[in-house]
Design a protein around this ligand. Structure first.
Ligand code: CP
Length: 312
């Protein structure tokens, strides 16, 4: 594998999950694999989990890590070919990606959707710009349309907690005061397509995701009906895809509560707004898997880095 850009870069999900779980039992088993190799993490947006877990994964493999908050510290980048750079942007992706490649062996990028320009977001200009011009492997640490490291961690968490061959997994939209991207939901859906499970998405009308991603997936607009007999409930807000990037209405009654959750396990990628997205009683209960999901981010990143180091 050269790059880890989307869930589609996983050749066989069960064996990746198995390998990640093995790494979890002995995180430093391959501590010389990354010796004298450097990982460069470039953040165009904020992070807690992705930054620390990817750094920890690299350290477990013996790599050196450099981190740059590109959004606030780097030069503003131009991504258009042939542009006349006489405005605010100081550096072109062509030079920036090649220069970064001289300082590291793997580069990882976080660059969220703008939620103002669907076409540009779907073109993944930042991630694809680096992938095109970097001479080293590229890892997606959440782009406009995908968060494959999160989805791999979610797959590990599902495997650790499943008690049935085909559990019922529900992805339930939740209210949120701000417009949020579709990346986590998209990658979770793509990952669920690789799982043996009964999978249902539930959201208010108007919050349909990209139909290319949700095709062949059951969508149930009645949240109560969707949650019946669920084994896992993954809660996430996203803004409208059709009315791109808009919060249509607050729909506060879609917040996850203990009553709605029933006996299911609760999942969320974090960060999460308490008592807006999910009630305290859920997050503070034994049914919540959110801390373990965050822990599994290390082993998701580690299996990705291990494969890249072995193949390049
Ligand atoms: N889930 C996740 O990606 O968390 P951060 O935004 O804190 O990295």
């Amino acid at each position: 594998m050269k790059n880890y850009i989307s869930i589609n870069d996983i050749d066989h999900l069960p064996s990746w999950v198995k390998e990640a779980r093995t790494l979890k039992t002995n995180p430093t088993a391959y501590k010389t694999l990354g010796k004298e190799k450097t990982l460069c993490l470039l953040f165009f947006n904020n992070s807690l989990r992705t930054r620390l877990s990817t750094q920890k994964a690299a350290m477990n493999l013996g790599m050196e890590v450099m981190v740059m908050n590109f959004g606030s510290e780097g030069w503003q980048l131009e991504f258009e070919d042939g542009s006349v750079m006489d405005q605010g942007k100081s550096e072109h992706i062509k030079e920036a990606a090649q220069v970064v490649s001289q300082f590291c062996d793997v580069v990882a990028i976080r660059a969220f959707a703008s939620l103002t320009d669907k076409e540009k977001d779907e073109a993944e200009v930042v991630l694809n710009g680096f992938t095109k011009y970097a001479s080293v492997p590229v890892i997606n640490m959440e782009s406009s349309i995908g968060h494959p490291l999160q989805a791999l961690a979610d797959a590990i968490t599902l495997e650790e907690n499943r008690t049935k061959t085909e559990p019922k997994v529900v992805l339930s939209w939740a209210p949120h005061p701000k417009a949020l991207p579709h990346a986590v939901a998209n990658s979770f859906i793509e990952m669920m397509h690789l799982q043996e499970a009964e999978f249902v998405i539930t959201h208010p009308k108007g919050y349909e995701l990209n139909p290319e991603i949700t095709k062949n997936t059951k969508i149930e607009y009645d949240q109560e009906k969707a949650l019946q007999d669920a084994d896992f409930v993954y809660v996430k807000n996203w803004s409208s895809y059709t009315d791109y990037g808009k919060v249509l209405k607050q729909d506060v009654d879609w917040m996850m509560t203990k009553e709605k959750l029933g006996n299911a396990k609760f999942m969320h990628c974090l960060p999460v707004r308490r008592n807006v997205v999910v009630a305290d009683a859920v997050l503070d209960s034994e049914q919540s898997l959110v801390i373990e999901q965050a822990n599994n981010r290390t082993f998701a990143a580690q299996v990705v880095l291990k494969k890249i180091l072995e193949d390049n």
